[in-house]
Design a protein around this ligand. Structure first.
Ligand code: NAP
Length: 295
């Protein structure tokens, strides 16, 4: 099938993504390009599933014998109760973005967590050990990134500052991590958006984990001047590929890291969980970029 048009037969294995809304997703372009490139008789489709239909949609995975699915907003937490087994990391964070159908047994995983870290370390070449990291946002994306930084105690950041518009939510998140990770989360602290400048002076990485800067959203207006010249600025937003934040960071001579890498790496890990094969990351990245340009 390499390089040819996709052909669906009675033997084709079917995967897809459940979300609401779903029209914006780049995952079908990315996963179908990977299946085609690897010569696999697999296909990936978008499924618009409203919250009150999630249970039936999950039952449908078994009934229709789908090979697996991705799960996106707003279902990542709600889906847990409908699955047969949740892997350790996904259970701990309480969010699943990948479901694997193992002979009728539905197993939930979370590939967002390592997806971000893999992209940060491999695409941007960032070394976490002993670094100070500022995360803007305290929602699902921020949680996944912090889990990735602290999980297993391997990466050992020097300090993780969580800054959120609603400061109480950042404080709750830090408290939760301190309770769960005990000695590993003693590096964490919380602040409001207004006080983030003071933390920037000795920061090595600033991550936007809010939707600010996304197409149709307000820009993230934050003064990057206090950041040291060797700092990296990372955005989870990938539409546009180069957000206003990343543009301003570049103009200041700082290194930048776009949200597309997280998307591609979480997809690559899901591909491996379904097929058992290493994903063709460059092909997936190219397909996602192309789909993004066409949107
Ligand atoms: P979420 O759980 O709803 O959390 C949103 C966070 O952004 C909260 O901390 C919220 O602050 C903050 N926020 C929202 N609007 C804001 C505003 N106008 N001003 C200041 N702060 C604001 O969302 P999420 O799941 O974390 O997603 C966040 C972003 O990450 C989305 O754009 C999503 O598309 C992106 N994402 C990208 C990838 C990827 O693969 N690249 C993966 C996952 C998510 P409050 O607590 O004050 O409301």
């Amino acid at each position: 099938m390499r390089g040819q048009a996709m052909k669906i037969t009675g033997k084709t294995k079917i995967t897809g993504i459940l979300g609401d809304p779903i029209g914006h997703t780049l995952s079908p372009a990315m996963q179908n390009a990977a299946f085609m490139h690897m010569g696999l008789d697999w296909v990936y489709a978008p499924f618009h599933v409203k919250p009150d239909s999630l249970k039936k949609a999950i039952e449908g995975i078994r009934a229709l014998n789908l090979a697996g699915v991705n799960v996106t907003v707003p279902h990542k937490s709600a889906v847990l109760k409908y699955l047969d087994e949740i892997d350790g990391l996904a259970k701990e964070i309480g969010a699943v973005n990948t479901v694997v159908n193992k002979n009728g047994k539905l197993v939930g995983e979370n590939t967002d967590i390592h997806g971000y870290i893999q992209s940060l370390t491999e695409d941007a070449g960032f070394v976490v050990k002993n670094r100070k990291i500022i995360i803007l946002g305290a929602g699902g994306a921020a949680r996944a990134i912090i889990y990735g930084l602290l999980w297993g105690g391997v990466l050992k950041p020097r300090s993780v500052v969580v800054a959120n518009r609603t400061q109480g939510r950042a404080e709750d998140l830090v408290r939760e991590f301190k309770r769960r990770f005990k000695n590993r989360a003693d590096v964490m602290s919380a602040t409001g958006f207004d006080a983030v400048g003071a933390h920037m002076r000795d920061a090595d990485l600033l991550v936007n984990a809010t939707p600010l800067g996304m197409e149709g959203q307000r820009p993230l207006e934050i003064d990057l001047r206090p950041l040291p010249a060797n700092a990296l600025v990372s955005d989870v937003v990938y539409k546009p590929l180069e957000t206003g934040l990343l543009k301003r960071a570049k103009r200041r001579g700082l290194r930048t890291h776009s949200g597309l890498g997280m998307l591609v790496h979480q997809g690559a890990m899901a591909f491996k969980s379904w097929t058992g094969l290493d994903a063709p990351i460059e092909i997936m990245k190219r397909a996602a970029l192309e789909a993004l340009r066409k949107k």
